[in-house]
Design a protein. Structure first.
Length: 91
């Protein structure tokens, strides 16, 4: 049998808060912290702030183990920042 066709990339959910449409993928989750595995859209403000701070610290680090993952960390920070802005919270 032939292999299954590749799936299309995930799309941002079109949720709306106060008339503003979500323009990012709120289903993103992370593999550490108390909200491990929970989608951005389901996290509370404190969890979002925790992840934003952790990603900012990692990006400022000179530790080679953290620098190696800078591109992924930047994408994760961008996702958290987009969710905070979508909710009208300081990013």
């Amino acid at each position: 049998p032939s292999p299954p066709a590749p799936s299309s990339p995930p799309r941002a959910r079109k949720l709306v808060i106060d008339g503003v449409a979500r323009t990012h993928d709120g289903s993103v989750s992370f593999a550490f912290g108390k909200s491990k595995g929970i989608a951005l859209e389901a996290m509370d403000e404190n969890s979002l702030s925790f992840y934003a701070g952790a990603f900012k610290r990692d990006l400022e680090s000179t530790d080679p183990a953290k620098v190696k993952w800078a591109d992924k960390t930047r994408q994760q920070l961008d996702a958290v920042t987009a969710e905070l802005r979508f909710r009208g919270l300081p990013a």
